[in-house]
Ligand binder design. Structure first.
Ligand SMILES: NC(=O)c1ccc[n+]([C@@H]2O[C@H](COP(=O)([O-])OP(=O)(O)OC[C@H]3O[C@@H](n4cnc5c(N)ncnc54)[C@H](O)[C@@H]3O)[C@@H](O)[C@H]2O)c1
Length: 335
């Protein structure tokens, strides 16, 4: 089988490509990525010469390029997205262009090429915030709070409509917060680890009591492969690992592991529309596809911290140019 992976130079896509080439000898991958600020071919250095791997630079909005890239592919897995909530608050437009219109272009190309499986990688953020002890199930009403999550929800609905209306064999996955190697440092976990390495303050939004549900990126990747191979078309599958932490709790845990003082915690004004709690019920994928996450949170967290400590070159290259400007604008302090 040959898969067209879109957005494979980003955090989850690159981990997915490395995971699949390692675990499945009979799968080939074509990676179509625009290499925006979040895309980095260094994430794929380990497999760049693998004969089963091919890279194409380009935009998922480019119909002709996607169409020609699909020749010989039986499946599409769409990771390509603008993915940072804070940037969607600064400028929502590109989120609609990439996440909604880009998805539509992929769906149209999938139809034209009679693709056997189209997997739309989505997020638990489409459900909005859940209070108390409740969990998001696949039938929870969508109630996105940010332009990012609204654009993802629109893409989910578009994907499911192509299944209902045109019989496209499509599936939507909704995963909780991922962590692991190669995550762009604007996201919470690498931002905290990298600032702690440098003894810099770690910004925590509001009162720090927002709850996120964490999963190691490799567990997300194994879930996607299960869904690709065994999932039912027209369905949504939630993916999570039941690791809920308040942001403040997580910051204290990382500080403890890294042996640094809690004085580094810096409360900053809250993000507008900030969801209070995400929590995923993944019993559907567990019961139906017999998938379960394998990486215990503390083990994955320790391994992730070590990865950032040991990959200073990767980090230094990113912490320059556009990201430096973004960080200084966002947090009003030098990086
Ligand atoms: N990071 C998480 O915790 C998380 C959780 C659940 C779901 N998701 C979803 O998973 C997907 C991947 O997330 P990520 O964290 O790896 O994102 P990321 O920002 O690290 O990577 C996105 C990739 O998409 C590429 N891209 C952007 N616009 C493109 C375009 N127009 N054409 C082609 N490529 C383009 C970028 O160059 C980059 O390589 C996203 O769809 C996101 O919504 C992420």
């Amino acid at each position: 089988m040959k898969i067209l992976v879109t957005g494979g130079a980003g955090f989850i896509g690159s981990n997915f490509i490395k995971y699949v080439l390692r675990e499945y000898q009979d799968i080939e991958i074509k990676n179509l990525d625009l290499l925006t600020y979040a895309g980095n071919l260094k994430n794929l250095i380990e497999i760049q010469n693998d004969p089963r791997y091919e890279f194409v630079k380009g935009d998922i909005n480019n119909f002709d390029l996607v169409d020609s890239s699909l020749k010989e592919c039986q499946s599409i897995i769409n990771f390509a997205a603008e993915s940072h909530v804070d940037r969607s608050i600064e400028n929502p437009n590109i989120f609609i262009t990439t996440n909604v219109l880009g998805t539509q272009t992929l769906l149209n190309c999938a139809m034209k090429n009679s693709i056997e499986r189209y997997i739309q990688i989505s997020t638990d953020e489409v459900y909005g915030s859940i209070e108390g002890k409740g969990l998001f199930t696949e039938s929870t009403i969508l109630s996105p709070s940010s332009p990012y999550s609204a654009s993802k929800a629109a893409a989910d609905l578009l994907t499911l409509s192509y299944h209902k209306t045109f019989n496209l064999p499509a599936i939507v996955t909704r995963c909780s917060n991922n962590y692991g190697p190669n995550q762009f440092p604007e996201k919470l976990m690498p931002l905290m680890i990298l600032n702690i390495i440098k003894d810099k303050k770690i910004p925590i939004y509001g009162d720090g009591l927002h709850v996120r549900d964490w999963i190691h990126v490799e567990d997300h990747c194994s879930a996607i492969m299960n869904i690709l191979l065994k999932g039912r078309v027209g369905n949504v599958y939630n993916i999570g690992a039941n690791n809920e932490f308040k942001n403040l709790e997580l910051a204290k845990l990382i500080l403890k592991i890294m042996n640094k003082s809690e004085n580094l915690i810096d409360f900053v004004p809250d993000r507008p529309g900030h969801d209070r709690r995400y929590a995923i019920d993944s019993s559907k994928i567990k019961n139906e596809l017999k998938w379960k996450p394998k990486i215990p949170f503390i083990e994955g967290l320790n391994q992730t911290i070590k990865w950032y400590q040991n990959n200073q070159d990767w980090i230094n290259e990113i912490i320059s140019g556009e990201y430096k400007e973004y960080y200084e604008r966002r947090y009003k302090t030098k990086i």
